[in-house]
Design a protein around this ligand. Structure first.
Ligand code: 13P
Ligand code: SF4
Length: 315
């Protein structure tokens, strides 16, 4: 068996040989973030997938992210090192149920969060991420009626911000719904100068105690620009690796989930990706993301609409 260092060297060699790039989400472990060509949140990763000159994209993240990359770059080979890297939020919205929901709520513009399967995207008018959700909704005329899916917490956050006529799908992320308000308040008492920073997929009581709410990259930017020195971070713990890397002088305390042994919140799907699996995937060029042509073409339109709005707004 090779050491991790040997595996990393082999990954670098294969990347060069095959003209491949590794795109990694902030929730990946530090070693994976370090070998990636690009690390970002779901919006930045989609933008990168749409504009690069590689032949192969290896996605260190979860399946809906790799599918989004394939939809945006259908001519490239898109690899996901473990096909079991799903998402509880995407799983909470099945295409057959969603079609019924759309039929029960006709005449509405369908905005779906990027955390959805390709089939759900194909049924949507516009895709959004947590980085641009509020702005995408605000870009529509005031009177436009909206369906938002699948995250009820992000949906309610947008509803409160925009006051738009929105019907919201009742889905959620098991990681972001698990933060313990009591534990966060206790941490704040122990660290009175700490700012509580929260991902919008968290439940309302946690959002209500937040000093700042934003997507993973918005939280990262906040900790960079803010004058404070200590943060209680209510999102998946992987982002703290990047926060420490970019601002090593500050203190980052992971917000604990209700039922915690490690004291921090990990997305078990994200953590299925390992250096060993990346190496094997790059070597064998599988598992590969395959999406049927009809779904891919239909899913492309709402993602491109998101990219166009984001570009116009400079996001
Ligand atoms: P971002 O859009 O902030 O990258 O979040 C993705 C995600 O999966 C949150 O759980
Ligand atoms: Fe999905 Fe939640 Fe994991 Fe994000 S953190 S990938 S929403 S399960």
């Amino acid at each position: 068996m090779q050491s991790t260092e040997q595996n990393i060297l082999e990954i670098k060699r294969l990347k060069a040989e095959k003209n491949a790039i590794i795109l990694a989400h902030y929730y990946q472990t530090g070693d994976i973030q370090d070998i990636a060509d690009f690390v970002g949140d779901s919006l930045a990763l989609s933008q990168k997938a749409a504009s690069n000159s590689a032949d192969i994209i290896l996605f260190a993240g979860v399946k809906f992210m790799a599918e989004t990359a394939k939809i945006l770059a259908p001519g490239k080979k898109v690899l996901l090192p473990d096909m079991n890297a799903g998402c509880s939020l995407a799983d909470s919205c099945k295409a057959v149920d969603f079609e019924n929901f759309l039929n029960e709520n006709p005449g509405r513009t369908v905005i779906s969060y990027v955390n959805t399967t390709a089939e759900i995207k194909a049924l949507s008018d516009i895709i959004c991420t947590s980085s641009n959700a509020v702005q995408i909704v605000e870009s529509l005329p005031n009177e436009e009626k909206i369906i938002f899916a699948p995250d009820r917490n992000l949906g309610n956050y947008i509803l409160n911000k925009t006051g738009r006529d929105m019907v919201i799908w009742n889905g959620s992320c098991h990681v972001h719904e698990e933060f313990s308000l009591e534990a966060i308040i206790k941490l704040k008492k122990e660290n009175p100068d700490a700012k509580i920073i929260v991902h919008p997929e968290c439940e309302l009581p946690v959002r209500l105690v937040a000093d700042f709410i934003g997507s993973t990259s918005a939280l990262l930017q906040f900790t960079k620009k803010d004058k404070g020195n200590c943060y209680i971070v209510a999102t998946e713990v992987g982002i703290i690796y990047q926060m420490k890397k970019e601002n090593p002088g500050k203190t980052y305390i992971p917000a604990p989930p209700r039922d915690s042994t490690c004291g921090c919140s990990e997305c078990s799907f994200m953590k299925l990706i390992t250096i060993e699996k990346i190496l094997s995937c790059l070597k064998n060029e599988k598992p590969e993301i395959i999406i049927d042509e009809k779904t891919l073409v239909r899913a492309q339109k709402p993602i491109i609409r998101m990219m166009e709005i984001s570009e116009k707004l400079g996001l």
